[in-house]
Design a protein around this ligand. Structure first.
Ligand SMILES: Nc1nc2c(ncn2[C@@H]2O[C@H](COP(=O)(O)OP(=O)(O)OP(=O)(O)O)[C@@H](O)[C@H]2O)c(=O)[nH]1
Length: 323
């Protein structure tokens, strides 16, 4: 076993198929010691009876959804887990249908001790192919779950036609053009190893940014992402300050920020990622000799104003452009 231990967060609306997927994951990974954090809404535990346990441990946070009980309590559970169960291969957190996945993910990004033991591998969102459109109209959280996630599994494809599936995929792509999209029946799929997506590693963020649509993405009349590409180097201090202020003032509007950036005077790419109010900066690969150093950044959130973001970014340009 190696630290940090990878963590997969499962999200998706009530009845989308999270428990079915979880059972698949447990069955397919009998060689691994998985820990499942099952989060319930309400007093009575129902899901834990439905989950096939195998030899794995099952914990529960039973007094409400993770985001409602806030990350403090969730952090305590994680701290206890690290202390009491030091040897395991993977942690899976199944959050309730209405939980905000960013509140769950933030626990793994913001806390240094947790980060040294646990590494967020990916946030996976289960989508009920049959009911997605109705749900998106009625429930804001459903869109946020899709916008925030790294992998989107369009489940229950047995209940819709080919044409309907094409439409569902189109809608999902409009909300999140940066996620891996997979189709499934009862959470069953063989396309990828869901426990090893490495979505938060610098390598994968860099790779994911090779195909990078510039501009704004609008779904259901709401702007869900704003992406920018520019060659002028950024000033690291100015950028950090701007982003901090932005997240403090307007944090609620930003679901997630990902960027591969060129900071003046630094030889390597820098990966910026933010989840809720926490922004992290990690060095990536070196810029190639003689190549234009192009920065790419995407802001994912709710009704984000392109003009203000563009102005903010320009204000962070380095005065020493050609260092
Ligand atoms: N036809 C069909 N039914 C499915 C599929 N996936 C799940 N179901 C059924 O849908 C219901 C809900 O599935 P679950 O896996 O419990 O969904 P969940 O997201 O864990 O549900 P909550 O715990 O309520 O949030 C169950 O009756 C499943 O058998 C699928 O791909 N096709």
């Amino acid at each position: 076993m190696q630290y940090p231990i990878p963590v997969t967060v499962l999200t998706g609306f009530l009845g989308a198929g999270k428990t079915s997927l979880l059972n698949n994951l447990i069955r397919k990974n009998t060689d691994k010691k998985l820990i499942v954090l099952e989060n319930e809404f309400g007093e009575v535990s129902i899901d834990s009876d439905l989950v096939f346990k195998g030899d794995n441990e099952l914990f529960e946070i039973s007094n409400g959804c993770i985001c409602c009980s806030m990350s403090g309590e969730f952090n305590d559970v994680l701290a206890q887990l690290i202390k009491d169960v030091p040897v395991f291969d993977h942690l899976v957190v199944e959050s309730t249908g209405i939980a905000d996945p960013s509140a769950v993910a933030a626990a793994f990004i913001g806390d240094q001790i947790i980060q040294s033991h646990l590494r967020l591998d990916a946030v996976i969102c289960l989508v009920d192919a049959q009911n997605m459109e109705t749900l998106l109209k009625e429930r804001e959280e459903a869109r946020k779950q899709i916008a925030f996630s790294d992998v989107i599994i369009i489940n229950k494809t047995d209940l819709i036609t080919e044409e309907q599936l094409t439409r569902v995929v189109e809608i999902v792509k409009k909300i999140n053009n940066y996620a891996k999209i997979i189709t499934a029946v009862k959470g069953e799929q063989d396309e990828v190893n869901l426990l090893n997506m490495e979505a938060y590693t610098t390598k994968m963020v860099e790779q994911g940014f090779k195909f990078f649509p510039i501009g704004q993405q609008v779904a259901h009349d709401e702007v869900v992402s704003q992406s920018f590409v520019f060659d002028h180097p950024l000033d690291l201090l100015k950028f950090r300050h701007w982003l901090n202020v932005l997240l403090v003032i307007q944090g609620q509007s930003f679901y997630r920020i990902k960027g591969v950036l060129n900071f003046a005077g630094l030889d390597e790419r820098h990966i910026v990622q933010s989840v809720m109010n926490n922004a992290t900066y990690t060095p990536g690969s070196d810029w190639e000799e003689g190549m234009v150093r192009t920065s790419k950044i995407v802001f994912i959130g709710k009704n984000l104003r392109r003009d203000l973001l563009e102005k903010g970014l320009k204000n962070c340009y380095s005065d020493f452009a050609f260092l």
